[in-house]
Design a protein around this ligand. Structure first.
Ligand code: ZN
Ligand code: ZN
Length: 175
């Protein structure tokens, strides 16, 4: 963690950045934050992080986990329910868990932060339930890292007009 401690000033003025230490683009920056946040997730089914952003400012964050004050998931109390989509595909979710996107929206609501016309970075593409809420709170673009059951959401994405964009850590465009 202290890799720069021997190089003098933390701002780097005394030690020019090495070639491999390129400056993060905005997509890498926010997706890196989302990945870090996902490490707070508690559901054993999967760890997801979300960051709501407008004009390159972080407005709210969330990770998947149990509601405040309730027991976290572990191997014994992760409770799975199955839902069948109209096309027959079966989705499994944990009944104890609030998804990362919804927790980010809840955090914004709790503190009175408007998230209309913002974007969201999520480590996985949203499930259809979260997608519907993201549409209604006025999210313009969903940036995701890992695709998750895209077949369930493509139609709604198309109908709603919300943008869905995959971001890899090589996506370094400064939009
Ligand atoms: Zn769980
Ligand atoms: Zn979801």
């Amino acid at each position: 963690m202290s890799e720069d401690s021997s190089k003098g000033c933390c701002c780097g003025m005394n030690s020019p950045a090495e070639p491999q230490e390129k400056r993060l683009g905005w997509h890498e920056y926010f997706m890196s934050v989302a990945r870090l946040i996902s490490r707070r997730a508690t559901c054993t089914r999967g760890h997801v992080g979300a960051v709501i952003v407008r004009e390159n400012n972080i407005l709210s964050t969330g990770y998947n986990g149990a509601p405040l004050g309730l027991p976290h998931c572990n191997e014994s109390n992760c409770r799975i329910y199955k839902s069948t989509h109209p096309d027959g595909t079966i989705e499994e979710n944990c009944v104890n868990t609030i998804h990362a996107e919804i927790n980010a929206i809840a955090q914004a609501a709790k503190h009175g932060v408007s998230i209309k016309d913002s974007d969201i970075y999520i480590t996985s593409s949203p499930c259809i339930h979260c997608l519907k809420v993201l549409i209604n709170v006025g999210i313009k673009t969903i940036y995701y890292a890992q695709p998750y059951k895209m077949g369930n959401i493509v139609e709604l994405v198309k109908l709603s007009g919300i943008r869905l964009v995959q971001v890899t850590m090589e996506s370094n465009q400064l939009e």
